[in-house]
Design a protein around this ligand. Structure first.
Ligand SMILES: [Fe+2]
Length: 138
């Protein structure tokens, strides 16, 4: 396992959201480094809290833009976001009250999830918004 690096293939085409995806990858990498370096539970907990907050803000931003542009897949996308937040919260609870293994589990989940989500689900709104001139929306 190593840090994730941004690749052009992750781009949704919506500049502001791609910027946030880069930020999310950075946060996940911080978590990875903390776990790798065994930096202790309070550091890991702090990073996790920041990561969850960042994710929640980012999802709200995506949903706001999808709503503004009347993206037809909004409801389904929202559901996926809610499920992810619930899973992350649950893993976070367990990780902060428990062992390093859970932080690892969470990390694997986030990496896999984030990349798959961006590559599959987020690209759908990307193509839609971009086709309606939304590349530089904020
Ligand atoms: Fe999303």
């Amino acid at each position: 396992m190593a840090v994730i690096s941004w690749k052009e293939i992750y781009a949704t085409g919506i500049v502001a959201l791609d910027e946030e995806h880069r930020g999310l990858i950075q946060e996940i990498n911080r978590l990875y480094e903390a776990v790798r370096d065994k930096r202790g539970e309070d550091v890991t907990e702090g990073i996790l809290t920041a990561l969850v907050a960042y994710t929640v803000d980012h999802f709200q931003h995506e949903e706001k833009l999808m709503a503004e542009y009347h993206f037809p897949g909004l409801e389904e996308h929202q559901k996926i976001h809610q499920e992810l937040i619930a899973t992350v919260e649950e893993l976070k609870e367990r990780a902060t009250s428990g062992t390093e293994d859970l932080a690892r589990e969470l990390l694997i989940f986030l990496r896999t999830w984030l990349l798959e989500h961006i590559l599959k689900v987020d690209k759908e709104y990307g193509a839609f918004l971009e086709s309606r001139g939304g590349r530089f929306i904020e």
